[in-house]
Every structure is written in structure tokens, then in C-alpha cells.
Design a protein around this ligand. Structure first.
Ligand code: CAA
Length: 258
């Protein structure tokens, strides 16, 4: 499929990459781009050859937020009644792990897009922020919830109420990102994590991601119960048998992904 605002590739076996490609607007997220992003991720999600997905932008900008010029004339009724950019930040539909590879600006919806992914690899030039307050609005792509859970209330308040921006190092210090690497190697690092995931049992990866997601959606007790059921479920898989047998026989497992 050909796209206007994104590029797709498979940079390593099992790893699907979506690159936001709207450089003249610093990858501002308009409705069409968000639709293309989901179309591409859905295609990778349905592709048995893909185990893990990466979302990235350019070195200068991961994404500078939702498209302000598009939102400028959007009336309330359209925001409410039609699928708009902010309706598109629910990534829970994807069962395969998603890595955000972030360089440069990750502001507003850009920061929210990164946080909607499962992991974030940042280049040392990355800047995270939620500057919506300057526009007379508030974050609408999950920022008030996901950022607060990631960095805690006090810092989240400062970021969203005063437009405090976080450097990549600060983002790592506060637990928002997994790691910070040189700008020359952040893509390689994200692909390396993707390859590691692609080398594992896809069924175990899926069960694990599912269990971790429960931590954000339920009480501790319900989450622990869900984990138990998913753990038991793993015992119905051929990959559990293969993984444990390979350990006992001191060899590498050959996954069947079932
Ligand atoms: N929407 C639309 N266009 C944008 C944009 C955005 N979010 N961010 C940048 N652009 C455009 C600029 O208008 C400019 O276009 P023109 O050349 O046609 O004028 C182009 O991208 C380059 O931007 P700048 O000239 O401003 O580049 P800079 O290096 O001087 O500044 C910046 C970079 C600090 C990121 C600045 O562009 C900026 O502040 N952008 C807006 C950031 C923002 O407020 N994001 C939140 C948006 S609201 C949101 O995201 C809601 C939500 O929760 C979903």
C-alpha cells in the first residue's frame, strides 16, 4: 500500500517499522497521518512474519504534536461526533509490542504517541513536553493520564501546567523512556530491541504484554488474578514445553509460536 504521510519498511526479520514522514510540518499529526499510521500498524499486526513494531519520525522531530492548523477551524461538534486525531491514541488494539524510537521534538500529541507505545528509545536530542496549555487547551491524546502515571503527579503538573520540557536524560531519570543513546544509533538500538523480541516465542510475548497492560487497567488484586490465568494459559502452549525442554537439554529453543 502506498501512503502520503508515512513510510514503512522491515529493517530486520520480524520487525515492522513505520516512519512518520511529514517533514515540512515536523510530523504534526493530522487526521490523515493518524489513519495511515493505524492502517500500517494494523497491516503489520496481521502479518505473521512480524513480531514487533517500531514507530519513529525524523532526527529533528518525532512529532511536534497534533496538527494545530487542522484543529484551528475544527468545531466542537466535529471533535465530538467524528473520529479525530485524539480518538486515535488508543493503541490497546495492538497485541504485538510497539517501540517508539524518538529523536528531536516529541511534543503534545507527539509525546502522547510515544507514550502510547510500549517502550521508548530516545536519542540524546529528544525533547518531551505537553505544551497544549499555550494553545488554550489541554492534552487530548492521553497525556494527562499516561504522563502522570509515568512520572508522578508533581512533575506531570509542572510539565502540563507550565510547559516544562524534559530532555532525553531527564526523561530517562524519571522513567519515561527506556534508554537514551547517541542520535546516530537510536534507530539501531530500537531495531536491536525489536530483533530480540522477534527471537522469542510470540505467544509468550503476547501473554506477557497482555499481563503487563493489566497493571494499568485494574486493581492489584485483579491484575494478579489475570496474571495467574495468563500464566496457566502458557502451560497449554507448545512453546512452554519447548522452552523448558531446551533449558533442560542445554540447547537453544526452536519456537513454534503456538
Ligand atoms: N501543527 C501544525 N504545524 C506545525 C506544528 C503543529 N503541531 N508544529 C510545527 N508545525 C509547523 C510550523 O507551523 C512550521 O510550518 P511553516 O514552515 O509552514 O510555518 C513548521 O512546522 C516548522 O515549525 P517551526 O518553524 O515552528 O520550527 P521551530 O524549529 O522554530 O519550532 C517547535 C519547533 C518548537 C516544535 C514549534 O514548531 C512548536 O512549538 N510547534 C507546536 C508544538 C505544540 O504546541 N504541540 C502541541 C499541539 S496540540 C496537541 O498535540 C493536542 C493533543 O494533545 C493531541
Amino acid at each position: 500500500m502506498s501512503y502520503e504521510y508515512i513510510l514503512t519498511e522491515v529493517p530486520a526479520p520480524g520487525v515492522g517499522l513505520v516512519r512518520l514522514n511529514r517533514p515540512q510540518a515536523l510530523n504534526a499529526l493530522n487526521n490523515a497521518l493518524m489513519k495511515e499510521l493505524h492502517d500500517a500498524l494494523s497491516a503489520f499486526e496481521a502479518d505473521d512474519g512480524i513480531a514487533c513494531m517500531i514507530v519513529t519520525g525524523s532526527e529533528r522531530a518525532f512529532a511536534a504534536g497534533a496538527d494545530i492548523k487542522e484543529m484551528l477551524d475544527t468545531p466542537y461538534i466535529d471533535m465530538f461526533m467524528r473520529p479525530t486525531v485524539t480518538a486515535n491514541f488508543d493503541f490497546s488494539r495492538y497485541k504485538k509490542p510497539l517501540i517508539a524510537a524518538v529523536s528531536g521534538f516529541a511534543l503534545g500529541g507527539g509525546c502522547e504517541l510515544a507514550m502510547a507505545c510500549d517502550m521508548i528509545v530516545a536519542s540524546e536530542t529528544a525533547v518531551f513536553g505537553q505544551p497544549e496549555i499555550n494553545l488554550g487547551i489541554l492534552p487530548g491524546g492521553g497525556g494527562t493520564q499516561r504522563l502522570t502515571r509515568a512520572v508522578g503527579k508533581a512533575l506531570a503538573m509542572e510539565i502540563m501546567l507550565t510547559d516544562r520540557r524534559l530532555t532525553a536524560q531527564e526523561a530517562a531519570q524519571y522513567g519515561l523512556v527506556n534508554k537514551v543513546v547517541a542520535v546516530e544509533s537510536y534507530m539501531d538500538e530500537a531495531i536491536k530491541i525489536g530483533q530480540k523480541i522477534a527471537s522469542l516465542s510470540r505467544v509468550a510475548v503476547r501473554l506477557t504484554k497482555d499481563a503487563i497492560q493489566r497493571a494499568f487497567e485494574t486493581t492489584l488484586q485483579e491484575g494478579l488474578q489475570a496474571e495467574q490465568h495468563l500464566f496457566y494459559m502458557a502451560f497449554a502452549t507448545e512453546d512452554k514445553q519447548e522452552g523448558m525442554t531446551a533449558f533442560a537439554e542445554k540447547r537453544k529453543p526452536t519456537w513454534k509460536h503456538k
